[in-house]
Design a protein around this ligand. Structure first.
Ligand code: UDP
Ligand code: MG
Length: 137
């Protein structure tokens, strides 16, 4: 059993997709260990996306992620880190397969930043780091 960290991003909340995303998680059988609505700050994003802060599109990510509230949570289950990534689909919704969250609910945008509904930790180390960052130890 392992834990992963997820976000339903501002586009997901604004478009009333919270229920649809949580429903997929529940149908899959993963346990929702924590769930909370938050307004994101640049300070936490700078840490969350520490590997992206120097990229040219990073300011667009900050604008995107702070346009409205997000839903954050922790999922628990067997292989949940990679399974949740598969459920999300490819980062660019244009490449995301039908059946995935990004492939079913998003399309590619041309405003410089990829609006793709959800986030999920990409490995065990990221999951532990992100859970500690957003929820504390
Ligand atoms: N992103 C973007 N342009 C890029 C790469 C990433 O706008 O060229 C945004 C996008 O919202 C993505 C997030 O930054 O989900 C984090 O990027 P990462 O490569 O970690 O993708 P993810 O893990 O979310 O699939
Ligand atoms: Mg990532």
């Amino acid at each position: 059993m392992e834990n992963t960290f997820f976000i339903i991003k501002p586009d997901g909340v604004r478009r009333s997709l919270v229920g649809s995303v949580l429903s997929r998680i529940e149908r899959r059988g993963f346990t929702i260990e924590k769930l909370e609505m938050r307004q994101v700050t640049k300070e936490i994003l700078d840490q969350h996306y520490a590997d992206l802060v120097d990229r040219p599109f990073y300011p667009d990510i900050v604008t995107y992620m702070t346009t409205g509230p997000v839903v954050i949570g922790i999922l628990r289950g067997s292989n949940v880190i990679s399974s949740w990534r598969k459920m999300m689909g490819a980062t660019d919704p244009a490449d995301a397969l039908p059946g995935t969250i990004r492939g079913d609910f998003a399309h590619s945008s041309d405003n410089g930043c990829v609006e793709n509904i959800v986030h999920g930790s990409d490995c065990l180390e990221s999951a532990e780091r992100e859970i500690a960052l957003w929820f504390g130890k």
